[in-house]
Design a protein around this ligand. Sequence first.
Ligand SMILES: Nc1ncnc2c1ncn2[C@@H]1O[C@H](COP(=O)(O)OP(=O)(O)O)[C@@H](O)[C@H]1O
Ligand SMILES: [Mg+2]
Length: 374
Amino acid sequence: MTDTEKTPALGYTEKYPDHYYHEEDQDVGYHEEEPYLNYDEDDPDLDYIEEPLDDAPLEMIGAGSCGSVWSCNVPDSKWFRHVIKREDRSSNRSIVKEYLMHQRIQWPPRFHSFSVPVNYDLIGKNDDAFWKDKLERFGEDYQPCYALVSDRIPAFPRSVREEIVKRYCPPELRSTILNSRSNDACLMRAYLGRRKMPQTEEDKPKRFVGFSLRNYPLRADQMEEMGLDTEIYAYAMADALAMLHWDKGIDANDVEFVLAPPTLYTYGVPHDSDIIGKHKVWLLDFDLCQDMSMDEAGVNQAVEAFFRNDPYYPRPYTSSTDELDPLWVVFKKQFLRTSEILLRACHTNLPGLWVDKIEKTSKTIVKKRLKGEC
Ligand SMILES: Nc1ncnc2c1ncn2[C@@H]1O[C@H](COP(=O)(O)OP(=O)(O)O)[C@@H](O)[C@H]1O
Ligand SMILES: [Mg+2]
């Protein structure tokens, strides 16, 4: 046992009482819970599909291999708080599948520690009522396609964008970044599993390759520099993975975790910071998630997904294989604890097996890296 493991860390509930589960969930059987809607059903904003559409232009605020993601940056517009994810970037990826996964994941929204944007609707290619008013608002040459309508994860305000640019953007790019509209859609990926590598002068890239505030890849050392609480993000990710694996039977392949402001309807007290303001950990992008079985094969699948994903999760070993990384220890404790609550008496060996396999694989990776083999 390492020193970090011997030190009794405060549990999540003690340290962040406001961020734990919806209080009724603590002792009540999860599957008997009524779905819990976290918004005011009388809010007129939710009638946006039935209401006459405003004509403010839609803008692409994100894109991946599956879809382009559109919203409206005019605050009065009904689409300001929502996004349309179009299935228009790869024929191998399916929005219908994402819709089914998203629905499964979002109800009931039981955790306070992370948020999932609410997904409202799946739009078909032949849904004329939807497309007829909207196609021209995408620009020329856009065709009807499958699409999802979800809550927009709010972008960080200008003051935060300026701060990130001041800290991390090369001076010669600063004004371009701050004046480009595409960088207004600023979310930050929470890369707890990445730290700045020590660089020699020779290693330093001679020319800068790029900088974007969209999905800005925020490393653990940058979070620490800004006084952000990396432990609370580790708790959030541990809860999210435990929920996806054991409660939903989903491997979490290719999901994303971003830091971004809360919406009006996000429940759980948001985290606060002098530098980046009020924010939550958001979980998104479910189109590559797969079902997993509740056995060792399923655990192997989930372990693969863990390492294949971008470095959101803390890693057990980083620069040496002597000691477990303290942030991993925090993550692991929370993962095991939440898993136990979710699984109750079933499959109770699986979370421990998952942890063992992650630690073993991480050790092998670091050993290889130290030998220069990867
Ligand atoms: N609900 C949302 N609110 C705000 N931005 C979003 C939302 N969904 C996606 N995005 C942005 O669009 C990008 C691409 O969307 P994503 O779902 O990851 O597509 P893909 O499946 O093609 O990777 C995301 O990385 C994120 O920056
Ligand atoms: Mg994506």
